[in-house]
Design a binder for this molecule. Structure first.
Ligand code: FVH
Length: 294
């Protein structure tokens, strides 16, 4: 007879995300042990069948797979430092947001404790967990990724990026950088239209339509980067865009709106044009971000 029992999982951290992760694991039939600094946050999960651990050490002892989802790396170390002995032989999956450097340093620490370490970056907000829209980036131990794929796949599409521990964080931070660029523009756009009393709900569909139309821009930019050619097939040249961008700043001033979210790009546009790249595409601006060119 085949054993169809799902493997046990421990979750450390029951903020909005740790709770969502625990819920889908429980719904998928995994025995789940949870721990959180503020113990009351485990109440609803315990009602749904989770086991409450009284300490991180007790939680870690309960399962071979230990998932950590805390605020930041300092809180991860605060929680795990006192329980380091218990990590030997455990598969430690850290889904806490951090930098590639923090991930590399923590991978080294985890290896010193005898844990197999997999770093992760969650590309979803809590309500998306367990839906097809969610994906999670992983790097580090391939063995942990393969052995615990069933549990990891409950969160969303699992994407393994390689053995170097910092890779997941690098991709996560790059994707968040793109997102915050869009969010900064969106905040500014609502402030600008709001300055004329235009209802946000009226403007939102137009903004969504425009941003959706622009959503293929990264693919075209990637092709130009790969070809190391910013000058072929240009349809919206940089000099034209630099002139137009000045209007974004002036319009904000006219409408009594701060341009501080938009302002940093303008001097870079002008510098790239002054350097003789006005005929090229916008993605060539990337060259200015390389430290040797800054
Ligand atoms: N929520 C989101 O939209 C994003 C989506 C992408 C991934 N992020 C990252 O996930 C990590 C956890 O985020 P979260 O949404 O669960 O955050 P909170 O709801 O604020 O919960 C924070 C948990 O961390 C615990 N905690 C904080 N400091 C300590 C500490 N010094 N010692 C022990 N635990 C600590 C906190 O405990 P408590 O306040 O309930 O006692 C929560 O469990 C995060 O890296 C996101 O960037 C989420």
């Amino acid at each position: 007879m085949t054993n169809t029992a799902k493997p046990a999982v421990t979750v450390l951290g029951l903020g909005a995300m740790g709770t969502a992760l625990s819920e889908v694991l429980l719904a998928g039939g995994h025995p789940v042990t949870v721990w959180n600094r503020t113990a009351a946050k485990a109440d609803a999960l315990v009602e749904k069948g989770a086991a409450r651990a009284a300490s991180p050490a007790e939680a870690i002892a309960a399962s071979r797979l230990v998932i950590v989802c805390l605020l930041d790396y300092p809180s991860v170390r605060e929680v795990l430092d006192s329980t380091a002995d218990g990590l030997r032989g455990r598969a430690l999956v850290n889904l806490t947001n951090g930098t590639p450097g923090q991930a590399r340093e923590f991978a080294h620490w985890a290896a010193c404790q005898g844990a197999d370490y997999l770093d992760g970056g969650i590309m979803a907000v809590p309500p998306m967990i367990g839906t097809p829209a969610a994906f999670v980036l992983y790097s580090g131990s391939r063995e942990v990724f393969d052995s615990h794929r069933g549990a990891l796949d409950s969160f969303g599409d699992s994407i393994y990026l390689g053995a170097a521990a910092g890779l997941a964080a690098l991709h996560d931070i790059a994707l968040l950088s793109g997102m915050y660029g869009m969010i900064m523009g969106t905040i500014h756009a609502f402030a600008l239209t709001g300055s004329e009393g235009i209802p946000a709900a009226q403007f939102a569909p137009l903004l969504t339509r425009w941003l959706s139309g622009m959503s293929q821009w990264p693919a075209g930019a990637a092709a130009q980067i790969e070809a190391q050619d910013y000058a072929s097939g240009v349809v919206s040249n940089l000099a034209m865009q630099a002139a137009g961008y000045g209007n974004l700043i002036r319009a904000a001033e006219e409408q009594g709106i701060s341009a501080e979210l938009l302002a940093p790009l303008e001097p870079l546009l002008r510098r790239r044009v002054a350097d003789g790249h006005g005929h090229e595409d916008l993605i060539g601006m990337m060259e200015l971000l390389k430290v040797e060119n800054a």
